[in-house]
Design a protein around this ligand. Structure first.
Ligand code: ADP
Ligand code: MG
Length: 420
């Protein structure tokens, strides 16, 4: 028994290594073709390796091929299942194992089990999912072996050494159960992370609402005044045209403010595109200007006029990241101050710099930034910077913070510059 342990452990290692990659796979779940393709690739590699290094007990080679087969099928659906069945047969053929035809018949006869498991799996809770996976795995192995060995009249191989047979089954069940548990855990984890990002955005949206409403009132007041003029006073045609022009321009401004605001509130699925940093800075300036005014803060924007600065990412998420940082800066200046937004270029990098003259932070506080629920505010959530850090990291960027107590804080956000 101990002799097999090493080989067993090696197989366990092979079988469990793809789980490490699952978080990457999870990102593609909205794109069915990519998700399936990646899942098939992962399971295929695992199947090839485990079948190439089986554990041989009493002339029977045991490997864990049914683990990737079951997990891949349950999470990928019948299409992935069919491909993996094909992969197993192909690998067997390439490795020149005997009686391929008999084996093919034995293996294919288990497809009904897989099919049923896939159906049941969809609506099952976590506990049931683990159970379904374990049963499917055991049933597939047992059925295949029984049919295959019966055809060869060697069924006694399976029953000669019941202890070892049972041990391999138990081992396998354990791995499948742990695998399903791990995947479900990772899924739940990334789901929670997305929920946090969304809740934070809704908070940001509602906090900015007041200043946006205020900002819309100005153009509306202007328009009302001019319409009043147009209706009451004798005017030259030229003056009328001029007033009409002003009305349209003001309405357009109001429309733009509403559009900017709504684009922040939108919850579109993630969409990676080119992001022009100068344009984003100007967007941020317009959304924050009234918020800053409210708080007696002078807002300045310094654009990089010489060239375009471009990074890649989801625009709405990116805006959320910057606004979180900008809003923190404003909140750090309860008695007013200066907030400066700047876009710069440093070699191959595009940089956004957000500086305030607020209360600042100690190095210990800076270190804790970005960890969830760290907040020094009465009504703070301590999630804003975490969300910003995550978004910037996902875009391949980095954040550097310079801060001095009672002097102010600068956030330097650095991206690769994609403009040519
Ligand atoms: P919240 O704003 O809800 O408190 P955040 O994650 O946005 O949560 O920020 C966490 C903490 O980091 C804040 O409570 C504040 O103490 C500190 N902080 C963030 N940005 C600044 C800044 N520009 N100046 C001073 N302190 C800051
Ligand atoms: Mg905040």
């Amino acid at each position: 028994m101990l002799l097999f342990l090493k080989e067993f452990l090696f197989n366990v290692f092979i079988i469990s290594s793809p789980f490490v990659l699952y978080p990457y796979l999870h990102r593609f779940r909205d794109n069915v073709a990519t998700y399936r393709g990646f899942l098939i690739l992962l399971c295929t590699v695992t199947i090839v390796v485990t079948m190439s290094f089986p554990v041989v007990i009493n002339e029977l080679s045991y490997d864990f091929r049914s683990v990737p087969l079951v997990i891949g099928s349950l999470y990928g659906g019948w299409f992935v299942a069919l491909v993996l069945y094909g992969v197993i047969l192909a690998v067997r053929y390439v490795l020149s194992m005997p009686d391929n035809f008999m084996y093919a018949i034995s293996l294919m006869s288990t497809f009904a089990v897989t099919w049923a498991a896939i159906k049941l799996f969809r609506q099952a809770s976590l506990g049931f999912r683990m159970l379904i996976a374990v049963f499917a795995c055991a049933l597939i192995k047992l059925t295949t072996f029984t049919i295959y060995l019966t055809m060869q009249d060697r069924l006694h191989l399976l029953t000669d050494n019941p202890l070892e047979t049972i041990a391999t089954y138990l081992f396998q069940s354990l791995i499948v159960a742990i695998g399903v548990y791990l995947i479900e855990f990772l899924r739940r984890y990334s789901q929670i992370q997305e929920e946090v990002v969304n809740t934070e955005r809704m908070k940001l949206v509602s906090e900015i609402a007041a200043s946006v409403a205020h900002e819309i009132r100005n153009p509306l007041t202007a328009v009302r005044g001019f319409i009043h003029l147009l209706g009451t006073v004798e005017l030259t045609a030229e003056k009328k045209e001029q007033y009409k022009g002003i009305c349209f321009a003001e309405l357009e401004r109001a429309e733009q403010i509403i559009a900017d605001y709504l684009s922040l509130a939108r919850t579109d699925p993630e969409h990676v595109e080119e992001i022009d940093l100068n344009a984003e800075l100007s967007y941020m300036y317009s959304l924050l200007s009234n918020f800053a005014n409210f708080n007696n803060i002078k807002l300045q924007a310094h654009f990089h006029e010489e060239s375009r600065l471009v990074t890649m990412g989801d625009k709405h998420k990116f805006r959320q990241a910057l606004l979180n940082i900008g809003k923190n800066a404003i909140e750090a200046m309860p008695d007013g101050g200066d907030l400066s937004l700047a876009a710069e270029r440093q070699g191959d990098y595009a940089i956004i710099r957000i500086s305030d003259t607020g209360i600042g932070m100690t190095s210990e506080q800076v270190r804790r930034l970005g960890t969830p629920y760290y907040s020094t505010k009465d009504k703070g959530t301590g999630l804003g910077t975490m969300v910003s850090f995550n978004i910037v990291k996902k875009m391949g960027g980095s954040i550097h913070i310079d801060s001095e107590l009672n002097k102010g804080t600068t956030f330097v956000i650095k991206f690769h510059n994609f403009s040519t």
